[in-house]
Design a protein around this ligand. Structure first.
Ligand code: RTP
Length: 150
């Protein structure tokens, strides 16, 4: 049984540069998730290293942090039933070569190093990432359509 959760989703610098912000937001809205946090920011290299600290031993870590801090990203918090897993389903597999058509990465990119979006991989990492990117907190509000969605 899914529970109401929150997840951190980011449109990475290549996604912002390519004008895909609206497309990615549209897919999350269409699915029925609720937007409770949204900001445009240019991460520092230090913020990128902190965000991806679990991957610090990987050989692509340096390039990944350089890429993630190379331009503005759009950081978002989405809320909804099972949104952590469901959000990852919308994004598709990490490597676009394995992402199915119909997913964001399956439809919109071809290179694992430029895969346009990020999504938290577990409820615990979502909580950590939301606290890191939204230390001021997110917005609570009643969505009038909520009763119809859930
Ligand atoms: P993300 O954190 O960005 O949502 O990606 P993910 O969980 O699907 O994948 P993860 O293993 O955490 O990798 C983070 C990001 O690192 C880049 N990557 N490059 N060159 C490579 O082989 C390689 N592998 C991963 C991707 O941009 C991936 O999203």
């Amino acid at each position: 049984m899914s529970k109401t959760e929150r997840t951190f989703i980011a449109v990475k610098p290549d996604g912002v540069q390519r004008g895909l912000v609206g497309e990615i937001i549209r897919r999350f809205e269409n699915k029925g998730y609720k937007l409770v946090g949204l900001k445009l920011l240019k991460p520092t290299v230090e913020q990128a290293q902190q965000h991806y600290s679990d991957l610090s031993s990987k050989k692509f870590f340096g390039g990944l942090c350089e890429y993630f801090s190379s331009g503005p990203i759009v950081g978002m918090v989405w809320e909804g039933l099972g949104v952590v897993k469901g959000g990852r389903v919308l994004l598709g597999a990490t490597n676009p070569a394995d992402s199915l058509p119909g997913t964001i990465r399956g439809d919109l990119c071809i290179d694992v190093g430029r895969n346009v979006c990020h999504g938290s991989d577990a409820v615990e990492s979502a909580e950590k990432e939301i606290a890191f990117w939204f230390p001021e907190g997110v917005v609570s509000y009643n969505n009038h359509s909520e009763g119809q969605i859930y």
